[in-house]
Design a protein around this ligand. Structure first.
Ligand SMILES: Cc1cc2nc3c(=O)[nH]c(=O)nc-3n(C[C@H](O)[C@H](O)[C@H](O)COP(=O)(O)OP(=O)(O)OC[C@H]3O[C@@H](n4cnc5c(N)ncnc54)[C@H](O)[C@@H]3O)c2cc1C
Length: 410
């Protein structure tokens, strides 16, 4: 292991890898410490990368599996009971998302970092403490080691031990349970846009292809759902009718076979970005509901901002609040699509109508969700829309500040 480094990154998830690349771009010598040997920390999380995040990672050497990925063209939202075609928010300027299986995405990102000059990756190494004076303690092969650096980057995910030790317990608000399943087989379509649909209040689905022959389906289930043995019939009743005709049988079979992967989903406010020499990035700061696939894009914005500011202290001061608009828009759209609260059904229809009628609004909302540079000309239309959704105007204005430009300027 190198004796002297400029930065230590805790965690080699998507955002830890992005932080290592961004710091190495600026000449830093970086050590990344990851507790796993290979593979992701959880069986299913990020698979769909909106274009700006995808472009940055591809430039850093993310390898796409031959015949095992899809380049996405936009997001489409569907209130299935309103009888209209979905609202499509296409990516602009021909930009494309990357979609691929979660485990392969995590491994490919890690490989890109392992091959990067100036970056050393320690796997099977668990960080036991990281402090604002730049000290990191880790255990590996039963041995304790202490490292020091000018910058320590906590990218240890939504259950971040570093955040807890530094700022105490910030509770996650659980709003639903996600149940994911991959449907495979001959004759299935390829979905090039990220499809979000809801019908019965509180029940939503996301559908997208992760390979030409594999479709990810995510069921967004209210936390009050029944437990087995009535769970199967409940899921069948609420979710199979939400599917396009061609996916109903495959989903019913997957439910019957119990092939779902569950995780609690919700949000944790993104409040603390660091202290002293210690910076938090990605889900370690906080997270939003995954239904609109914006989490990794937010985290990569953190990583780029940290590298650009050069110190944890400046980053924690200047970057706080950045990404708030994306988080708020994602959560507001989630609330609309899930329609769990009284009165939101009518607001949902009004919002979807506005999106349908206004190309400028679709572009602007797309920009906010995908981390693209928001066009200043769209500010009034976004502000009006956000007010309707109950989003504070200053959060939207923040998206038009300097930090929002970092991702697209790379
Ligand atoms: C069901 C679901 C679906 C999602 N789908 C999408 C999507 O399609 N698109 C999208 O953009 N986002 C999606 N997200 C969100 C996305 O997964 C996260 O925003 C993203 O993974 C955050 O990356 P990260 O690197 O901050 O954290 P993580 O991915 O959690 O990585 C943290 C890393 O730190 C390591 N680690 C933790 N503790 C230690 C320690 N003490 N020592 C050493 N290493 C440690 C872990 O092993 C792990 O490798 C989804 C989330 C969920 C739950």
């Amino acid at each position: 292991m190198s004796e002297s480094v400029d930065a230590i990154v805790v965690g080699a998830g998507p955002v830890g890898c992005a932080a290592a690349h961004a710091l190495a771009d600026r000449g830093a010598r970086v050590v990344v410490v990851e507790r796993m040997e290979r593979g992701p920390a959880s069986p299913f999380a990020v698979e769909w990368l909106h274009p700006t995040a995808a472009d940055v990672l591809l430039r850093w050497g993310l390898a796409l599996p031959e015949g095992g990925h899809v380049r996405g063209t936009g997001v489409s939202m569907h209130l299935a009971d309103e009888g209209h075609e979905p609202v499509v928010v296409p990516y602009r300027r021909g930009m494309r998302a990357v979609s691929m299986p979660h485990a392969e995405l995590v491994d490919a990102l890690r490989d890109s970092v392992v091959e990067r000059p100036g970056v050393e990756v320690l796997t099977c190494a668990r960080v036991t403490s990281a402090t604002p004076d730049g000290t990191v303690r880790l255990t590996r092969d039963g041995q304790e080691t202490r490292l020091r650096a000018d910058l320590v980057v906590a990218a240890d995910g939504r259950s971040s031990g570093v955040r807890r030790a530094l700022f105490g317990h910030t509770p996650q608000t659980v709003v639903s349970h996600s149940a994911g399943v991959v449907l495979e087989g001959p004759g299935l379509p390829v979905y090039e846009s990220f499809q979000v649909a809801s019908e019965v209040p509180g029940h939503g689905v996301a559908i997208y292809s992760i390979a030409p022959d594999a479709i990810r389906v995510v069921l967004d289930v209210p936390p009050t759902h029944p437990r087995p043995p009535s769970l199967h019939a409940y899921l069948h009743r609420h979710f199979v009718p939400l599917m396009p005709e061609v996916l109903r049988r495959p989903l019913a079979d997957a439910l019957a076979a119990g092939r779902l992967t569950w995780s609690a989903t919700g949000f944790r406010p993104r409040v603390h970005y660091g202290q002293g020499r210690l910076a938090l990035v990605g889900d370690a700061v906080g997270h939003i509901h995954p239904i609109l696939a914006a989490g990794t894009t937010l985290g990569i914005q953190d990583a780029l901002s940290l590298a650009a500011h050069g110190s944890a202290e400046v980053y924690a001061r200047e970057h706080a609040g950045a990404g708030a608009a994306t988080g708020r828009v994602a959560m507001a759209l989630y609330r609309l699509l899930s329609r769990q609260e009284p009165g939101t059904a009518q607001t949902a229809r009004m919002a979807v109508d506005q999106l349908r009628l206004s190309p400028a609004l679709r572009d602007a909302v797309g920009d906010l969700l995908t981390g693209d540079e928001p066009g200043a000309a769209h500010l009034p239309v976004v502000t009006a829309f956000s007010t309707m959704l109950g989003i504070p105007a200053q959060d939207i204005a923040a998206a038009y500040g300097p930090d929002a430009y970092l991702l697209s300027r790379r």
